[in-house]
Design a protein around this ligand. Structure first.
Ligand SMILES: Nc1ncnc2c1ncn2[C@@H]1O[C@H](COP(=O)(O)OP(=O)(O)OP(=O)(O)O)[C@@H](O)[C@H]1O
Length: 656
């Protein structure tokens, strides 16, 4: 639960946090004392404490049976192991000042050299009997780990331990006793100390927290039991700020708040979330403790992660959740400490706000977020904003009241526009864009393959300035736009529209168009894309893909673009050649290619105009709204508009 990178020492008792937070305590202290004394003597004579092979050899020749000889033999064997360990360590690039049983050292890492700050980031421990040395670099970026035994290969990094050529497991912790460790019940001062941190005597007794006398006063001894047997012990000397860095105090704090099924983790938090895949179990060295306990953890249906509030704490939560399975993880959000800061861990909450606040924080843990899986609560703000009736979310007016009843423009949707050739599809879309630009300032990116740029400019300018571009017949008696108006219009054009055009003869592919449209969204903030028409795109498709599959795929792509960039797309598609056409409006199912056009679009519109003066006014246009997915913005129905040939504008049709 709590990151723990601290290393601490206890006089005369070497231990380490290299592989685990639990300490393997030396059970043969007298012998160590002996060696320690020898080395101290050697040091006092300024002689480097080196153990020699010759001595070992002598010991091997000595007689057995004599207790003194046996003891000497053991000493020599130990020394031989230390010599071999030294050689192996040197081979691994690790050089120590001394090589002592149980020695615990902090040195520069041979791999990362302690990084820029050149810190002594490598923790190394020699086994109390000289049977092994283990090391680990605590720099997050490095994380070098290694293990060596006197008579086997050096194992560095993520390799399994090799013993005599076989892959071996680490031994079970040795059984130890409170007497051997000279542990005693906590004294009044230590009880008082814990009380000041919010931890009661009862919790301390239940967790068998004890003390060990040292020459500097009693040290706190966190005992570790497995199946009721003492297997390890970890010491802390107060004063200092151990409660700030220790998982144990958070674990005890949780018990104060009523949570006894709580564990702290033995290793440090990573500096940031790894962007790599989770390594295989045996290679996942940093999180070995999780794999070791997988049988215990397997049965937990709900795991609450209560890591520190800081960056590494959050990264740790992510790494744990990735391994434990996010679906059964919850995450504690620590409450606010003041207006700016949150509490950083369980003990801080207990200390400042009490048991109830800590309990509440844990009980209010939120489900660990899973990418791609949401609750409606994740969108509450959006829902409220929508309810409050943001104009854009209700659909934007087309500029024609008669049409607004059936169709409004929703950002991020796809409208398919169809109609027979020359029905005015392009004209109507242009007029709609000009309206949207005038009303809410939208900008557009146009992929209109059939239009010459200057023609398209003319059509848009006529609608914008409400005057004909030329002084020709179609303008009837209306005066053309002036040079000054043209200049203003050109500026407007340039600010409001962006063009996607193939500079050679090739046809644009949908991918290419969408990529450029994306750039136009990012760079110019466009809110609408027009692709006119479908049949002018490059439709090369895989030989095993049907046209229906192809259309489905590109429409999905276009819709994804529209949604992701909140950009409305108008996609013009012609109907296939109509046999025995009676002059009526085609259906959206008549679009050549696939029924997917109507299935996949959000809105489907057919533009149709009357060519027969006997039937009705020749300038009349019907906008057939044939599909509207979202009832908020419209419904199926027809709207009548009138086309102004001089300016290309459309207006609501009013019967005379
Ligand atoms: N209601 C109308 N009355 C008279 N002329 C119209 C009307 N609508 C459009 N036009 C004219 O018809 C011509 C073609 O219009 P437009 O290019 O918009 O049609 P389209 O349906 O996009 O054609 P295509 O399918 O060939 O691309 C233009 O010259 C336009 O001015």
């Amino acid at each position: 639960m709590k990151q723990n990178r601290s290393h601490f020492s206890y006089p005369g008792l070497p231990y380490s946090t290299v592989n685990t937070n639990l300490i393997t305590v030396n059970r043969r202290e007298p012998k160590h004392k002996f060696i320690l004394n020898c080395l101290q003597q050697a040091e006092s004579r300024s002689v480097r404490p080196v153990v020699s092979r010759r001595k070992v050899h002598t010991a091997q020749l000595s007689e057995s049976g004599n207790p003194l000889m046996l003891e000497r033999k053991r000493e020599n064997e130990l020394q031989e192991r230390l010599i071999l360990l030294r050689e192996k360590l040197l081979k691994a690039g690790i050089q120590l000042v001394s090589y002592m049983p149980g020695q615990y050292d902090h040195i520069k890492c041979p791999k990362c050299l302690g990084g820029q700050s050149q810190e002594r980031s490598l923790s190394l421990q020699i086994d109390t009997e000289g049977h092994s040395a283990v090391w680990k670099c605590f720099r997050g970026k490095c994380g070098l780990t290694g293990f060596v035994r006197p008579y086997s290969e050096v194992s560095i990094g993520n390799q399994a331990l090799k013993v005599n050529g076989k892959v071996g497991k680490q031994k079970h912790p040795k059984k130890i006793s409170e007497q051997e460790l000279e542990l005693e019940p906590l004294c009044t001062e230590l009880f008082a100390y814990f009380k000041s941190r919010g931890i009661s005597a009862e919790t301390l007794r239940r967790n068998r927290v004890m003390q060990k006398p040292t020459k500097d006063g009693p040290a706190i001894a966190f005992t570790y039991q497995r199946d009721g047997t003492l297997i390890s012990c970890k010491y802390r000397q107060i004063p200092k700020i151990f409660w700030q860095v220790e998982g144990e105090i958070d674990k005890l704090s949780m018990e104060e708040a009523g949570f006894r099924n709580c564990v702290s983790i033995p290793d440090g938090a990573p500096p940031c979330i790894s962007n790599k895949e989770i390594p295989a179990e045996q290679e996942d060295t940093k999180y070995q403790y999780l794999w070791n306990c997988k049988d215990y953890l397997k049965s937990a249906s709900r795991i609450i992660l209560a890591t520190d509030a800081d960056g590494p704490g959050q990264a740790l939560a992510e790494e744990l959740a990735r391994r434990l399975g996010k679906e059964r993880c919850w995450r504690v959000n620590w409450p606010m400490k003041n207006d700016e800061e949150v509490f950083k861990d369980a003990n801080e909450v207990l200390f400042y706000s009490g048991k109830e606040a800590l309990r509440e924080a844990v009980e209010n843990a939120e489900m660990y977020p899973i990418r791609g899986l949401f609750k409606f609560n994740d969108f509450l703000q959006d829902i409220d904003k929508f309810y409050n009736g943001n104009v854009i979310d209700l659909g934007i007016s087309t500029g024609w009241d008669g049409l607004d009843k059936y169709y409004k423009v929703m950002p991020g949707e796809l409208t398919v526009v169809s109609g027979v050739p020359n029905s005015g599809k392009s004209e109507w879309i242009d007029a709609l864009m000009v309206n949207l630009n005038h009303s809410i300032g939208w900008k557009f990116v146009l992929c209109s393959m059939e239009n010459m740029v200057r023609d398209h400019a003319r059509k848009l300018l006529e609608k914008h300035l409400r005057k004909p571009f030329f002084d020709l017949g179609y303008g009837e008696d209306m005066q053309r736009m002036s040079r000054q108006e043209l200049e203003q219009g050109k500026k407007w054009l340039n600010d409001s529209f962006y063009l996607i055009r193939c500079e050679d003869d090739s046809l644009p592919s949908v991918n290419w168009v969408l990529q450029l449209a994306k750039a136009a969204v990012m760079r110019h903030g466009v809110r609408g894309l027009v692709i006119d028409p479908y049949n002018e795109l490059d439709h090369q498709r895989a030989s095993n893909q049907t046209e229906t599959e192809y259309v489905s795929r590109i429409l999905t792509q276009i819709k994804r673009f529209a949604q992701h960039h909140s950009c409305h797309v108008w996609f013009v598609a012609h109907p296939r050649q109509l046999q025995n056409w009676n002059g009526g409006a085609p259906s959206l199912y008549d679009i050549s290619g696939s029924a997917h056009f109507i299935n996949k679009c959000d809105n489907g519109i057919v533009i149709h105009r009357n060519h027969d003066p006997k039937v009705g006014p020749i300038d009349g246009v019907t906008v057939h709204v044939r599909k509207v997915r979202n009832k908020v913005i419209g419904r199926i129905g027809d709207a009548q508009l009138t086309y102004n040939r001089a300016t290309g504008e459309y207006s609501d049709y009013h019967e005379q």
